[in-house]
Design a protein around this ligand. Sequence first.
Ligand SMILES: [Fe+2]
Ligand SMILES: [Fe+2]
Length: 218
Amino acid sequence: MEALKPDAFLKKLAEQREAAWAKMTAEKKSYGAEKPLTRDVILRRLQFGVVMERRAGEVTARWVAQVPDLDIQRPLSEYVANELKHAAILRERIKELNGDPDALWNTPLRELKELWDYHASLGSLCELLASVQYGHEEFFPRTSKSFIERVAPLDPKTASIYRDTLLGDEEGHEWLAPEALKRYASDGETQRRCLEALERGCELFARAIQSFNRANVS
Ligand SMILES: [Fe+2]
Ligand SMILES: [Fe+2]
């Protein structure tokens, strides 16, 4: 495709992401937001979080050494550290609730494994940033807010972990993916591959959520 100007390219990515969100919402592919929370559902949600956070850190880590600009490279390495820190915090909370912190990590849902295998297979940092950080990770604050509201009366400590740590760190790195994409995804072919990666990433994410919901029913 013909190369778009940076702002037009980001706008196109965002439009595609929002279309995926609208579809997920219409198909109710949320984290079971309509169901009442139980101790088991909270544990499963935290276990799902462990996989999401740790894998986000891992798939991004391999690209850090290749970032040309230090003012992107350093925050990207902090991003990796933050995601792994979040995985560790969620694991601790699961242990306090007497759950198995690695239940989903050791035996991931097939769709969840497919999602992260796809991200790990991407051929460039730009595609990864489009698919993960500028893609479905943008949904995290939205899904977390409804989770926090519902979990707060039952389990204030878990609510505070999401509200005070995970969401705060998330806001701190939101600028990073668009800035890196503006700088590095400048040619038409890279932009095309980024759009494709975002679409596929959101689709696999929606499937992973659906599979998570199904597993919670049984
Ligand atoms: Fe995180
Ligand atoms: Fe994050």
